[in-house]
Design a protein around this ligand. Structure first.
Ligand SMILES: Nc1nc2c(ncn2[C@@H]2O[C@H](COP(=O)(O)OP(=O)(O)OP(=O)(O)O)[C@@H](O)[C@H]2O)c(=O)[nH]1
Ligand SMILES: [Mg+2]
Length: 242
């Protein structure tokens, strides 16, 4: 990617949200608005007032077919053309959007193409991980995947944090395929395969603001997500760069 500094890059924040009426208003309002051009909340079939609450808080709401990856892809497609940095984060209030400038600025300075949060930064730089915000299985999954990617590609991730920023043209070059929970991992592996300049930044992480977990709090959904993540790990590493 072009190693040029462009301090006028526009940022779109993309938030996949499924039945997050209790949290999405807080999440959207908490964004550091002076740093962003627009916020897209991607709703796919919420049966609560997610869309209305998000719109009232200042987001543009778009709809997508079911699935976390489908929601992210729909957000990418809908982002205004002038937005050249895309930030992804969850809609449950767990991510701390005050860190957004730290994710975005290395890209604006032309130093990185992909900057990903890690929730395992301990209390480095005043970061915190609220007790109960991450299950042991989530920490293990990030570690395990990090080890496999390191063995295959000699690049070490410590987490599969959903809070991340990427140059829009770099993301387009990855040709993302995943429509469900493997989306985050597919992006990480393909970023390494495509030799993007990648930086992990420690971020804080909280217990969700309200509402019900779609993944970690439900063991059936957790098994489904873990299976999907493993499938993506095998598929994307076996296929190699495409
Ligand atoms: N659009 C869309 N969003 C989804 C879907 N599944 C989950 N989400 C959103 O993806 C984000 C992550 O899901 P969570 O339920 O927070 O998963 P989690 O972080 O493992 O669980 P918690 O520990 O409760 O936070 C949230 O913003 C969800 O609303 C989906 O199928 N479509
Ligand atoms: Mg969550």
């Amino acid at each position: 990617m072009a190693p040029t500094a462009d301090l006028r890059m526009s940022v779109a924040v993309i938030i996949p949200a499924l039945n997050e009426a209790e949290s999405i208003g807080f999440t959207v309002r908490e964004l550091p608005w002076p740093h962003i051009h627009e916020c897209l909340v991607v709703d796919n079939g919420s049966t609560d007032a997610t869309a209305q609450v998000a719109a009232a808080a200042g987001a543009r709401v778009v709809n997508a077919p079911r699935g976390y990856g489908s929601a992210c892809l729909a957000g990418v497609a809908a982002a205004w053309p002038e937005c050249d940095i895309l930030v992804f984060m969850d809609g449950d209030g767990a991510d701390v959007p005050a860190h957004l400038p730290e994710l975005v600025e290395p890209i604006e300075r032309g130093e990185q193409d992909f900057v990903i949060g890690t929730r395992l930064g301990g209390d480095r730089q005043g970061r915190f991980r609220q007790p109960g915000s991450m299950l042991g299985s989530q920490i293990f999954a990030g570690w395990f995947v990090g080890q496999i990617v390191r063995l295959v590609y000699r690049f070490r991730y410590t987490d599969m944090c959903a809070f991340r920023a990427i140059r829009r043209d770099a993301l387009a070059s990855l040709n993302m395929q995943e429509r469900t929970y493997g989306w985050n991992l597919e992006m990480q592996i393909k970023a390494v395969q495509h030799r993007l300049r990648i930086l992990e930044v420690p971020v804080s992480y909280r217990v969700r603001y309200g509402g019900v977990s779609k993944v970690s709090g439900d063991w059936k959904a957790s098994i489904k997500a873990a299976t999907r993540i493993l499938q993506v790990l095998v598929r994307v590493t076996r296929q190699g760069k495409q």
